[in-house]
Design a protein around this ligand. Sequence first.
Ligand code: NAP
Length: 297
Amino acid sequence: MSAKIIDGNAIARLVRAEWRERVRALHEAGVTPGLAVIVVGDNPASHVYVRHKTRACADLGMHSEKHEFRDDAAEHEVVRRIAQLNADARIHGILVQLPLPPHFDARRVLEAIHVEKDVDGFNLYNVGALVAGQTVFPPCTPFGVLCMLEYSRIPIAGQNVVVVGASNIVGKPMAMMLMKRDATVSICHVKTRDLAQYTILADILVVAAGKPDLITAPMVRTGAVVIDVGINRLPDGRLVGDVDFEGVKAKASHITPVPGGVGPMTVTMLLVNTIQAAERHAGLAVRAASDLVPGFA
Ligand code: NAP
């Protein structure tokens, strides 16, 4: 068997084409969706991600602005800027690029973002709403994974799903979203004993650990769907995921590549969340996430 490749770039193009129309409708109502991105320090990867995000906004006809702070900026300066952006009617979504420097309390910074502009979905209210099944802004990476499964017509209800990685940004919300769609979900983390005994049971395996080659072919059930969220830069400069792509491709039914898999979807879902925030702000009919991913509350 050679797995079908789930092409994140192709799916992202389809989703963006659809949402470009929504932006046009907003323009007609006199509104340009606006995203503010805050980046602290000079982490090169963060600057690359921010560039992708601002370019994607321009591509869809959205306004975006970057607010840069030096590595040694004080937390209160960033929080003050967030307060200004909360009050700025041109801005519908605010995103703080993580990680923040170690002297920041990331939780306190994220809490400063107004719930209705929290397009990353990391504010505690939005996290709680996700757990209660009343999502305001679904966190972008797991939302992107769900959208990829949906566009690839992969059933979720009743499936055994294993999520490797339990971070607040990817693993935990991913598990909640899949549970909401009636999957039976196991979550594995660094202290999981014998990871393979879980992964081998997965109909759908989502891997977000940040460890190259963590998942090899013997750990994967024949015919499984494998979603690789990991992004790792190897010493030779290559970008790889957490899955041994060539080995696992021979066994899985579907697999996402790195790069070109989940990454482009994450950026796309950020645009979707920001457009929805603008629609809500403008009092237009909000297109619910459930329209994009049926069954998603
Ligand atoms: P993170 O905060 O470092 O979390 C990693 C998670 O994986 C933790 O829960 C950790 O367990 C678990 N883990 C680490 N090593 C493991 C092992 N050997 N076996 C089982 N579990 C293990 O990372 P993150 O922010 O979730 O990101 C994960 C990966 O996804 C990274 O490579 C990141 O670059 C990538 N990512 C990609 C996108 C995208 O758009 N494609 C978006 C976000 C993140 P503990 O909880 O026990 O420590």
